[in-house]
Design a protein around this ligand. Structure first.
Ligand code: KIV
Ligand code: ZN
Length: 527
């Protein structure tokens, strides 16, 4: 019987999802996590029902060993894995760290490509094969599963790759991982390679192939899917696609591609897709990072529609512009964002939901005022619509910043103070001073004293952009006031001014909403 017949007879009934958020992801700049944060992510991965969690690289540091041990103690669903170089020391470190795990996997790697052999390892082909044999012989019997990775496999001579993989399989590897370490490959090449390896590599029947694709050319997801079509039965990936350099294959994207296209990907995976957005959010919190609004599956805009033609289609039948439901990935329901591209259909539908049904002869005028508001502020919220219908300010905040002064005390525990002066068309100029644990916090405290409001700041994001005349700052804020969430954004010449303006703008929106006719607005929520 040929090797490929053996493989097909024993192919697992699902594509295994091997998550490396806590190893390849965590080792990338800006993504390091504290032990508690790693545990929170690992719990989320268990909820997602991934098959394997690569919890770290035990030999890298005592901290990594401890984090793997803690995850191995707490997480009982998925197999827990540690990375190890092909050395006795690394394999022993993995063994020790994984000791409490219900099911443990060693992930042993050694580079096989000529550039890595010559420039990094200074090893001949014969020495590489000998090192694989020694390492796997040492690991055999000590773990429930052994995975071998031929690092930089995609730039390895095909005949030597087959030799290295056959050596690993003969010495106990259960999974043969084919990393595109530098994200150099493309889907056709990957498909052909996996097909070739599935048909050529002599191995025990249960041994499967795995893809580990990096995203240097933005092809990691496409390449991983091509690998599955070529015979791979494990995909290595990370939440939000984090990982070395441009990252790894994004878990949420690859999983949803398989879920949405079962006609193409006939072997399913077992991930609970309704946990994808919560998992993405957990990672964002743990790493204090953000993702692009247009990030597939989990980005803020993934189920948001602003263009008038799209909104019209969505109102008629959501399948016109959505290939999956937001609920299927754990996102809030689709949103029709009101902005300058929106049409009358969406505007008057939202108004009706808010309790406003303007007469036909008023609609053109309201639509024109809505467009002016959208031009000025980008997104138009429900609070803005209420303001528009009730005659409140349409031009942004009535409060204006006159001056801000910041001061930091000297000493080992410096404190920040802000003196803010605002002006208001009815209340005139008013100023106050407040302290906080940062200049923005102090300025916000002063603003809230002046405006006599108590808002909880839920989120504040600032960024700098270059302009022809220098630079400017953009602040986007989300606040909660009287149990209602309101957002706002503003630009300014510096971070603090932009942040204060975004706060004043959101307070204005909240104010407009609170003063709307309760009969009309009782069903509305402002965000
Ligand atoms: O990218 C890579 O080659 C790796 C290996 C350690 C699997 O991360
Ligand atoms: Zn990698």
């Amino acid at each position: 019987m040929s090797a490929s017949t053996l493989m097909n007879d024993n192919a697992p009934d699902h594509v295994r999802i091997f998550d490396t958020t806590l190893r390849d992801g965590e080792q990338a700049p800006g993504f390091s996590m504290l032990p508690d944060e790693k545990i929170a992510v690992a719990r989320m991965l268990e909820k997602l029902r991934v098959d394997v969690i690569e919890a770290g690289f035990a030999a890298a540091s005592p901290g990594d060993t401890e984090a793997i041990r803690q995850i191995a103690r707490e997480i009982t669903g998925p197999t827990i894995c540690s990375l190890a170089r092909a050395t006795v020391r690394d394999i022993d470190a993995a063994m020790h760290a994984l000791e409490p795990a219900r099911r443990k996997r060693a992930h042993i790697f050694l580079a096989t490509s000529p550039i890595h052999r010559e420039a990094k390892l200074r090893m001949s082909r014969t020495e590489v094969i000998a090192a694989i044999e020694t390492a796997l012989t040492h690991a055999r019997g000590e773990f429930d599963e052994i995975e071998f990775s031929a690092e930089d496999a995609l730039r390895t001579e095909p005949d030597f790759l087959v030799e290295a993989l056959e050596c690993a399989a003969a010495h106990g590897a259960d999974v043969l991982n084919i990393p595109d370490t530098v994200g150099y490959s493309e889907p056709t090449e990957i498909y052909e390679l996996f097909k070739h390896l599935s048909e050529t590599v002599t191995r025990p029947a249960h041994v499967i192939f795995s893809a580990h694709c990096h995203n240097d050319l933005g092809l990691a997801v496409a390449n991983s899917l091509a690998a599955v079509r070529g015979g791979a039965r494990q995909i290595e990936c990370a939440i939000n696609g984090i990982g070395e350099r441009a990252g790894n294959c994004s878990l949420e994207e690859v999983v949803m591609a398989m879920r949405v296209r079962p006609d193409v990907f006939t072997v399913p995976c077992h991930v609970d897709t309704t946990e994808l957005v919560p998992a993405s959010q957990t990672l964002i919190r743990a790493t204090r990072t953000t993702i692009a609004p247009n990030k597939a599956i989990v980005g803020r805009n993934a189920f948001a529609h602003e263009a008038g033609i799209h909104q019209h289609g969505m109102i008629a039948d959501r399948r016109t512009y959505e290939i999956m439901t937001p609920e299927s990935v754990g996102a809030d329901s689709s949103s029709l964002i009101l902005g300058k591209h929106s049409g009358k259909h969406a505007l008057f539908k939202r108004m009706a939901e808010l309790g406003y049904e303007p007469a036909a002869d008023e609609q053109d005028d309201i639509f024109a005022r809505f467009k002016a508001l959208a031009d000025a502020h980008g997104e138009v919220t429900e609070a803005d619509l209420v303001g528009l219908m009730e005659g409140f300010s349409e031009s942004g905040a009535r409060w204006e910043v006159v001056r801000t002064e910041l001061r930091t005390t000297a000493g080992p525990r410096p404190k920040q103070f802000a003196r803010v002066e605002l002006s208001h068309p009815e209340r005139g100029r008013m100023s106050d001073i407040a302290s906080g644990d940062g200049p923005v916090a102090a300025a916000f405290a002063a603003v809230q004293r002046i405006t006599r409001t108590q808002a909880i700041i839920l989120n504040l994001e600032t960024r700098m952009t270059r302009t022809p005349s220098g630079r400017e700052f953009m602040a986007e804020i989300e606040i909660e006031i009287d149990g209602r969430q309101v957002s706002g954004r503003a630009r300014g010449p510096d971070v603090v001014t932009a942040a204060i303006d975004s706060l004043l703008f959101s307070l204005e929106r909240a104010h407009a909403f609170a003063h709307a006719d309760p009969e009309k607005s009782h069903t509305a929520t402002a965000v």
